[in-house]
Design a binder for this molecule. Structure first.
Ligand code: SF4
Ligand code: SF4
Length: 137
């Protein structure tokens, strides 16, 4: 399978829905370092100015419009270094444990196709996770 098959089932529409509200975008220490470097600050300052704590973990702050603080003029302004969680979407492990999660996630993500077989979804998700873990993405 080529990665083109993954683009058969997901094509981001740049709508920004996943950058808005609710659960929050978790950032790992590695994410924080990369983003801080990208915006020319240090990780501590970045944490104070651009993150909030959710439970015991850091999430990106949201603006008053409830969008992620880095969503501006309909683009992600930190796209090259966006958090692991944003890069992974929607090829995430929870789909492998229940393919129904793909169809549920698609309810809020117009880039995800649902008129495809479970087998194809699972194949694509598995492949994208493997590529990510090998550092190919
Ligand atoms: S909700 Fe889906 S289609 Fe919209 S920006 Fe996010 S990933 Fe892309
Ligand atoms: S970092 Fe970028 S992709 Fe991730 S939630 Fe914020 S604006 Fe969206």
């Amino acid at each position: 399978m080529s990665s083109d098959e993954s683009s058969d089932i997901f094509d981001c529409q740049q709508c920004g829905e996943c950058c808005r509200g609710y659960g929050g975008t978790y950032v790992t220490p590695e994410d924080m370092q990369a983003i801080a470097r990208y915006i020319n600050t240090d990780p501590d300052t970045f944490g104070r100015q651009y993150c909030r704590i959710s439970g015991s973990r850091a999430v990106l702050a949201q603006g008053e419009n409830s969008y992620c603080i880095f969503w501006k003029d309909k683009i992600c302004t930190i796209h090259p270094v966006k958090p692991r969680m944003c890069k992974a979407w929607p090829f995430i492990r929870s789909v492998l444990s229940d393919v129904g999660n793909w169809r549920a996630m698609a309810g809020s993500c117009p880039g995800m196709r649902t008129d495809v077989s479970d087998e194809k979804i699972l194949r694509c998700v598995r492949q994208e996770i493997e590529r990510r873990e090998k550092g190919q993405l």
